[in-house]
Design a protein around this ligand. Structure first.
Ligand code: SF4
Ligand code: SF4
Length: 131
């Protein structure tokens, strides 16, 4: 870096504002690639458990019997692995950030509401079919 470039950088840093933002007072900037937080849709989750097995931070807990799905936001690093791995599209990566966590909270808990559709009744064999 030449002395001219260095001087310009120093002056810009001295005269410009802070490089950081006063988040959350000033909203964070987001883009299409921002990983804000994981959102869960209890109406499509089929309790397969892939998300909890893929999570590197053990942030997701699933109780198949009780139909309970939980996420611990204090553990989640928004890597997106669970979102990529969910075969039913029940997880999405939202671009918005949740409010900062300032105290230890219990994991966010959802009751899975997905109901397996009934199999269509078999049609009675048509009379005389194949006779
Ligand atoms: S985004 Fe990553 S860390 Fe967060 S719950 Fe999903 S897999 Fe776990
Ligand atoms: S959120 Fe997706 S991957 Fe996780 S248990 Fe439900 S269906 Fe399976």
């Amino acid at each position: 870096m030449s002395i001219f470039q260095m001087t310009r950088t120093v002056i810009r840093n001295l005269t410009g504002g802070p490089a950081t933002r006063q988040y959350p007072a000033v909203p964070a900037r987001t883009s299409a690639l921002t990983r804000g937080h994981v959102a869960f849709d209890p109406s499509t989750c089929r309790s397969c458990g892939l998300c909890s097995r893929r999570c590197p931070c053990v942030a997701i807990r699933l109780d198949k019997e009780a139909k309970v799905w939980e996420i611990d936001r204090m553990r989640c690093i928004a890597c997106g692995d669970c979102v990529e791995g969910c075969p039913f599209g029940s997880l999405t990566m939202e671009q918005t950030y949740l409010p900062p966590v300032v105290e230890q909270r219990a994991a966010e808990r959802y009751t899975i509401t997905y109901v397996k559709p009934e199999k269509p009744a078999k049609k009675p064999a048509e009379e005389g079919a194949g006779a």
